[in-house]
Write a protein that binds this ligand. Structure first.
Ligand SMILES: [Ca+2]
Ligand SMILES: [Ca+2]
Ligand SMILES: [Ca+2]
Ligand SMILES: [Ca+2]
Length: 356
């Protein structure tokens, strides 16, 4: 795929140079690169779906009651890892269509009259946490989310996009594929250095990682392959970014938190949202307590948790029904001192979110 694309791009550049010399470098749009069978490669995919109608309760006088139906949201916004947004209008029949770029990851939010309604939650794998991010994988058909159910600030697609995408084109959908991008790193261990839900390989902004992951020497650069598939135009000639460095050298001394909920930087988080962290190892439950997995508000007040280990031992959860979050408040979770069952320390990790 890559070589073909490169050849096509080169050809396109040559042709552009011959026939459109005046166009200069704007002819290098790699979206136009040739492909086998003369078809241009698909670079975008259409995502469709619909939101429910809601019944508007009008102030009813005894004589006149005119219930009307409208959609629970009027706009859907897809946000990529660099914060770029693409919006789609939700029509009066509550359907939406939005066109997104293959190879990029997006989160989805719904609004009504500019006010937050819900953040979409996806299930991308049986083995990973539900997530607010979907990757637009290869495929020609549109991705149909079906009727999106909305409750409590969360939106749930009727049809999971991961069952309709196949990032590595091996015939197994991302939902069933244990290594979506075929880079040798299983989905469950793909790194997300800033824990915002966008894997490093799809994250266009990992700038916060360099400061936080200070002492980690250059063992593994987080942003390798960052430009993979993002058609930045200039990637026709650069190095092969395709996941060579998959074997992560020797054993590191520290295990990693690979996924969290709420995501780092999440907003509009529900007041009873469980706090979860998934580690790249089986967690020693005896090391998980209020000092090693602490949740605090911005003033340092701790949330009281019931701690649980789940997910075959890789997830630790703080259930805090008795100690709900306050509204419009920033909370942080700090993991420090939790170890794996094999004795490895889990790298001290801190992330934060803001409630609705
Ligand atoms: Ca696949
Ligand atoms: Ca997968
Ligand atoms: Ca992978
Ligand atoms: Ca990330």
């Amino acid at each position: 795929m890559k070589p073909l694309l490169t050849v096509g791009l080169t050809l396109a550049l040559v042709l552009a140079g011959i026939f459109f010399p005046a166009c200069g470098d704007e002819g290098d749009n790699s979206l136009q690169g040739g492909a086998e069978a003369g078809n241009p490669p698909v670079s975008t995919r259409v995502v469709t779906g619909s939101v429910p109608k809601k019944q508007n309760t009008l102030v009813a006088r005894a004589d006149v009651v005119t219930p009307t139906l409208s959609c629970v949201a009027d706009e859907v916004t897809a946000t990529d890892s660099a914060g770029e947004t693409t919006t789609g209008e939700i029509s009066t029949d509550c359907k939406f269509t939005i066109i997104l770029i293959i190879g990029k990851a997006y989160s989805f939010g719904f609004t009504l009259n500019g006010n937050f309604v819900a953040t979409m939650t996806f299930s991308n794998n049986a083995s990973t946490l539900t997530t607010s991010v979907m990757v637009i994988g290869e495929g020609e058909a549109s991705i149909d989310l079906g009727t999106v159910a909305i409750q409590g600030g969360k939106a749930f697609p009727e049809k999971q996009p991961a069952t309709q995408t196949d990032q590595d084109g091996d015939g197994t959908t991302d939902f069933d594929d244990e290594d979506d991008n075929d880079n040798g790193v299983p989905d469950t261990l793909e790194e997300d250095c800033d824990l915002d839900g966008y894997w490093d390989v799809y994250d266009d902004d990992t700038s916060s990682c360099t400061s936080e992951a200070e002492e980690d020497d250059e063992g593994e650069d987080s942003d390798d392959g960052g430009d993979e598939g993002t058609d930045e135009g200039d990637d026709g000639s650069d190095d092969d970014t395709t996941g060579d460095d998959t074997e992560d050298g020797g054993e590191e001394s520290l295990a990693l938190i690979v996924e969290v909920n709420p995501r780092n930087g999440a907003t509009n988080v529900g007041l009873d949202e469980e706090v979860e962290a998934r580690a790249g190892c089986d967690i020693d439950s005896t090391t998980v307590d209020a000092t090693t997995f602490a949740i605090r508000d911005q003033r340092g007040n701790a949330i009281t948790c019931d701690y649980e280990i789940s997910g075959s031992g890789t997830r630790m959860e703080c259930d805090h029904d008795k100690s709900p979050f306050s509204r419009a408040t920033t909370y942080s979770a700090t993991v420090s001192g939790v170890t794996c069952r094999n004795g490895r320390l889990i790298e001290p990790t801190r992330w934060q979110w803001t409630t609705e």
